[in-house]
Every structure is written in C-alpha cells, then in structure tokens.
Design a protein around this ligand. Structure first.
Ligand SMILES: Cc1ncc(COP(=O)(O)O)c(C=O)c1O
Length: 386
C-alpha cells in the first residue's frame, strides 16, 4: 500500500500546541509531524473506541512482545520482555528517574546543545543541569564529544546521572556503537547511571542505523535505562505511551519504583492497542515516511546551498529536525527567529532553546508535506534577504 504524505492537514483549532498561531503563520517547530498516523494504528484505536470498555488497564504480554519483535526486525537488537516496563512517556520517565535515582542538589550530566525539556526534568526537581559542550568544528559543521571534559564532569562527586539523547536532538547525530560503549564505560567508572532517550531511534533516514543501548554487550548495559516510544516514529505524541528497557535487575526494580511512585506507569485506553498496532503493522508506513523525510531533507539542503549559501546545514542523519548554522548572519538566534516570524510568519526554533552554542543556530522541523516545506523555505529566504 502506498501512503499519503502530501496532503496538507488543517491542524488549527485541534488543540495542537504547534498550530496555536495566527492565520498567516507557519509553525515549523515542536517535534510532531504534519502527517496523519498510519491507518493501521487508527483502525486499532477505532476498534478500541467502539468497544466502549474503558476501565483500568495494564500492559499485556502482547504489548511487550510487540516491542521486542519491532527491535529485533527493525534494529536487529534483542531485548528480553522481562526487562520492559510501560510508562506514560519518555519525559515522564526521565523526570521519575531524576527524582528517584538521584538526590536534590546532584548534577545531571547533559551533552549540549540538547533537547530543551531535559532541563525541566532536572531543574524542576532541584538538581543541577551539568553540561559538557559538544565540540563544534566550523569547517565541517559537525559536533563531537569532548572526551576530556566529559570525564572531568563525570568525575565530579555530585554527578550521579547522565541523560543521553540517542540519536541526538537537535543535531540529528547518530552515536556509533563505539562512542556509546565509551560513554557508558566512563559513566560506570564514576558510578553514574545513564538514561538513554531513544525516542528518535526509528528515524534514522540514511546511513548506519542507531544502536539501542539495551543491546550493547552485557557489561556495557548494567548502568543503563533505555527509553523508547512510538511517539515520534508514528506521530502519536498524545498517545502518551513509552517503554523503559532495563537489563540490570536491580536498576529495573528502581526504575519500576520510580515510575510507580510518580504515577506514570498506567496506560490510557488507546496506549496499548495503538502501540501494538504501530509495532506489528506499522513498518511499511514508517519505511515510506523515512523516504519522504529524506526527500524533504535533500530538498532543504539543496535549497539552502542555492539560495542561502551563508547558512550551513549540520549533516545529521536522524530525526526530522534540521540544525542550521546561522553564525554568518547572527550571534542571536532568538532575535533572528523573532524577525523571521514578524516579517514572514514562519516560526522556527531559535537554537538558544537548546543551550550550548545554540545562539548561532536555528532548528527547523521538516515533517510536513513538501509543499509546506517549500513555503517555509521561501519565507526563510525572504526574511534573510531583506
Ligand atoms: C529527545 C526527545 N525526548 C523526549 C521527547 C518527548 O517525549 P514524550 O512525549 O514521550 O514525553 C521529545 C519530543 O520532542 C524529544 O525530542
């Protein structure tokens, strides 16, 4: 079956966070997609709605088998279903872990620039966001780990947790297996637990696949909580469903306590059927989606090379979020984003949201029908050439 990614959705007045904007505005911001989810997922949800039975639920065996077989077929990664726990989202799980697995005043390590909501989980819990800066190479527009600084930050006795974004939002970088092993082994040396947020793992558009951390060699996964979800993959963020995969039995007990204590362990009425349908029937839809997103990304790269050569696209291979170096134009991406919005109605995320060197970057979401991507880029060029 061929799926439709070209039809523009009218998401105004649908409670969409992203689309609560003025009539002429085009928001290319929050990480959800302007495509309908897979029809197979909608059918499973409709069936559930039609049953009319909406009492308390638990995640059944079929749910965990669906997660396990998805990771086996999509990523060649084995996970025992006994390692898995259901949770109502990746961020709720992270917040629960920060609260349960660390103490007030502890340092939680991050690699900046990074997904902004991590700071909420850390700061609202009275912990310190403790960043190591990814090293930026201005000749290749790529980032890499500053290993000396990472180790120095890990060796601080107050550092007890690290939140890893695998693949990385906003750069779209896919960590190699060797890099993951090196990060996790270093964390072990200093007694640090690594929370690996793998919500973008299914969205590697080209090149080598991402490595699920639960599938690393046994000695490299003892201090790791892996968090996965269909949320980004199938555009079902409001489903509020995620899975924690924790191979170490003791850490798994702690994770279980954490999500129960913070009451983020119980599914809503659509979470189980929606997730099972996604993982068991959604592969074709996802493979076509990735081709479409890759086409959007190539279109954007060519458009920027041709029309905005002063900008540089950071060459990430994962996510539908594009991280663009605007340092030739500004040192203040917040002001730039505001100017673009006022002049053209295009809304993009200023890189400042993501800390680190983000003041010289913008982030654009390209998970839209191509005609809207074109519209957005034409607005961008109009604003920057004024
Ligand atoms: C890296 C990352 N983690 C987590 C989330 C949100 O996860 P959830 O909706 O499951 O809480 C996002 C959404 O943009 C994200 O980019």
């Amino acid at each position: 079956m061929e799926y439709d990614f070209d039809t523009i959705l009218d998401r105004r007045h649908t409670n969409s966070e992203k689309w609560d904007v003025k009539p002429n505005e085009l928001p290319m911001t929050t990480a959800d997609m302007d495509f309908k989810t897979a029809p197979e997922i909608m059918a499973a949800m409709k069936k559930k709605i039609d049953s009319g039975a909406f009492g308390y639920e638990y995640p059944n065996e079929e749910y965990f088998n669906a997660v396990a077989s998805w990771y086996k077929t999509e990523h060649n990664a084995e996970a025992d279903t006994s390692w898995m726990r259901f949770a109502t989202g990746v961020i709720p799980s992270i917040t629960a872990c920060v609260n349960y697995l660390s103490h007030e005043g502890d340092n939680v390590l991050l690699m900046e620039p990074v997904y902004n909501t991590f700071y909420n989980s850390i700061l609202n819990s009275g912990r310190h966001a403790f960043p190591t800066q990814l090293k930026y190479d201005q000749s290749t527009y790529t980032y890499s780990v500053d290993w000396d600084d990472l180790e120095e930050k890990m060796s601080n006795p107050l550092t007890t947790l690290m939140i890893l974004c695998n693949p990385h939002n906003p750069t779209g970088y896919v960590w190699s297996r060797d890099e993951l092993i090196r990060i996790i082994k270093l964390a072990q040396k200093y007694g640090i637990i690594v929370i690996s947020d793998e919500i973008h793992g299914d969205l590697v558009l080209t090149g080598p696949d991402y490595t699920p951390t639960f599938s690393l060699p046994e000695d490299c996964r003892q201090n790791v909580v892996t968090l996965v979800s269909t949320s980004k993959t199938f555009n079902v963020a409001a489903l509020h469903a995620a899975t924690g995969i924790v191979p170490n039995p003791l850490l798994r007990e702690h994770f279980t306590r954490a999500i129960n204590k913070y009451e983020v362990a119980e599914p809503n009425l659509l979470a189980i059927p929606g997730t099972i349908a996604a993982y068991t029937q959604g592969a074709d839809w996802l493979h076509q989606l990735k081709q479409y997103l890759l086409g959007n990304r190539k279109y954007l790269e060519k458009f920027i090379r041709t029309n905005l050569p002063q900008l540089h696209v950071v060459p990430g291979t994962a996510t539908y979020l594009v991280w663009i170096d605007v340092s030739a134009v500004t040192n203040n991406s917040t002001a730039l984003a505001q100017k673009i919005r006022e002049q053209t109605g295009l809304i993009i995320n200023p890189g400042t949201y993501y800390h680190g060197n983000g003041s010289q970057f913008i982030r654009i979401n390209i998970a839209y029908p191509r005609s809207q991507v074109k519209d957005g880029l034409e607005r961008l060029v109009a604003a920057l050439n004024q």
